[in-house]
Ligand binder design. Sequence first.
Ligand code: PHE
Length: 349
Amino acid sequence: MAMKEQLAKIKEEALAAIQETSAAGNLDAVRVKYLGKKGELTAVLKQMGKLPAEERPAIGQIANEVRAALTDAIAAQNKVLADAALNAKLAAETVDVTIPGKKTDLGHKHPITIVIDEMKDIFTGMGFQVAEGPEIELAAYNFTRLNTEEGHPGREWTDTFYITEGKDDPKNDAVLLRSQTSPMQIRVMEAQKPPIRIIAPGRVYRKDEADAAHSPMFHQIEGMVVDKGVTMADLKGTLNEVVKSLYGEEAQTRFRPHHFPFTEPSCEVDVQCFACKGKGCPVCKGEGWIEVLGAGMIHPKVLEGCGIDTDIYSGWAFGMGVERLAMMRFGINNLKLCFENDVRFLEQF
Ligand code: PHE
């Protein structure tokens, strides 16, 4: 075969072989087969020397054109293969953003915490500050300075958890678990000058047998205002507002006279039963009303014991039971549920 035809054949075969390659490795093999040192084109060119001198330039030109055509074709196919490989890789690595994510179970607030947080919101909105104090308390703060002298039934070891033996200590430094949040009245008045507006939520402890309505540990929120010209009307107005914020505009309150050693006059506040609207039902034990807190004008002896001049200042205080509010709010019928930590119960809030 004449060299010209040989070159044409090599070109045709090589271009076809390049087109058919489907991977970079194959393409390189084709390149070596035709353009390599021992390749077919090279082999033809090596025979150039045998040609008559006048034919060499023309054949040389054709050979160069074939080499250029194959080199271009290889470069073009290389790009086609690289693009295809990239697309395949992208397709394989596609992230389906519509696949639903894996859900992690988040914890949430305990019903008692929900009510405490809500009360904090309501009271801070009215300009109160939130105070905190110790659950392990001195008898002086829990009782004596709250005008609750020796001999008061609340001071008996049968009612209160004493940590030290010193309950009869005349210096009043017996250590106990606070039975109410009221010692916070003393602690705040010791630390702050009037005007004072605080609430103090926290745990309290009493020697009560646990049942549907009692627990040896429960929560109270203490509230206190000390300022010039503070009256029982302010107490009533504030508590009515709070009850309406909690239970709606129609919520009704009832203030009944009562006795606490550290307030005078004192009262208890009932909220009309949310379940029967005052008619009487099992929730309110037929009463139509549910007691939610104790309150009153802070006793002058208590104010003076904290160095507050009762000719200038007066104040009121209240203490509300958080569990009672939470049970009314969420329709919980047994106090024990609040403390048993059964997730089937807790998940409902
Ligand atoms: N500390 C009282 C109780 O636990 C409630 C109370 C607080 C009453 C403040 C009057 C003023 O029963």
